[in-house]
Ligand binder design. Structure first.
Ligand code: PLP
Length: 322
């Protein structure tokens, strides 16, 4: 059980499905759902994968101590936003999961099996915002491999970040912009479970009295946030770092570019020197669960927040998207 957990009870009467658990915010009940998946081979032609899913008690131990995901962070994941029970952009997330699997030499996830697992988890999500996580681990050391599971829980409340904006600092990622091509084993474009560095960057941002960070290559090229993509606005032109630069191709950024084009704006992928951050009219960190967080300062330099456009973008991101 998690620290502080005193009791767990089913929120549905028909079995141990989703549990309401007193969460880290003392006294606040949160809920969680967990599903273990027996990964199917990519050529499995079954139409229904229900028998490969096992609902487990999210408050009980579920993983072996030999798990390579926990021992080495050796695995991949996706976080999908869910709004009123609708999982957003499932296919782009599954495509990125497959891409990460390929980069990490993991078996290719079976698209329909994972799609059905996401639908099963989404069916547990109540009204409001939730998050579904997909995890594919290398498996158990000297044992069966891989291990796969899906969880669902309520999303944190990001209203303040979406409306008031966030303060960010730029942080050197310590690698030059040639590293992704020169050293593909660094897995820079994969969404791996090894997020300790990303979490450390957010702690460093907080030490510098900011909310979040933008990674910059050692030769001064803008990359991404530790858990988000960067979008910049100059006049009516919106830009984002090219995904080939060793960053994740964000599903939210892709979706927002389509929306911005619909609104008549120009969009472009490009290599962005860090000095350009001083000249932009507005900027956002965007991701699947926090959505579009306008940046109100970069390295203590204030930046205007376009509340009307940001509200429009977040309303779009909160509408059902496939
Ligand atoms: N870049 C990194 C490093 C991330 O971890 C994430 C999301 O978690 C993103 C970008 C944004 O991706 P998405 O919009 O698909 O959530």
């Amino acid at each position: 059980m998690e620290p502080g957990v005193t009791a767990a009870r089913p929120i549905q009467s028909n079995g141990p499905v989703a549990l309401r658990i007193p969460g880290p915010r003392l006294g606040v009940m949160t809920w969680r759902f967990a599903l273990m998946i027996e990964p199917a081979a990519s050529d499995d032609s079954r139409a229904d994968f229900t028998e490969t899913f096992t609902v487990v008690d999210p408050a009980a131990p579920a993983l072996s101590v030999g798990e390579l995901s926990t021992q080495r962070g050796d695995g991949i994941f996706e976080s999908i936003g869910v709004v009123d029970g609708h999982a957003q952009e499932v296919i782009p997330h599954l495509e990125r999961l497959a891409h990460s699997a390929e980069l990490c030499d993991l078996p290719v996830p079976h698209r329909f099996q994972w799609q059905q697992a996401v639908a099963r988890a989404a069916a547990e999500c109540p009204a409001g915002e939730s998050v579904i996580k997909l995890i594919l681990s290398r498996g158990i050391e000297h044992g069966p491999a891989p291990t796969a599971w899906v969880t669902a829980t309520e999303a944190a409340d990001f209203r303040a970040a979406r409306t008031d904006g966030i303060r960010v600092v730029t942080l050197d990622r310590g690698l030059d912009s040639g590293a992704p091509e020169r050293a593909p084993w660094l897995l820079l474009g994969a969404k791996t479970l090894s997020y300790a560095v990303n979490m450390a960057a957010i702690r460093e941002a907080r030490r510098r009295e900011a909310d979040d960070a933008i990674f910059v290559s050692s030769d001064g090229i803008v990359l991404e946030g530790p858990t988000s993509s960067v979008i910049l606005r100059t006049g009516d032109r919106f830009t984002t770092p090219a995904p080939g630069a060793g960053i994740l191709h964000g599903t939210t950024q892709l979706s927002l570019f389509a929306r911005l084009e619909e609104l008549g704006f120009e969009t472009a992928y490009k290599s962005i020197p860090v000095a350009e951050l001083e000249r932009v009219d507005a900027a956002w960190l965007v991701s699947s669960v926090r959505l579009a967080a306008p940046i109100r300062s970069i390295d203590d330099r204030p930046l205007a927040v376009d509340a009307t456009l940001t509200d429009d973008l977040n309303a779009y991101l909160l509408s059902p998207r496939d």
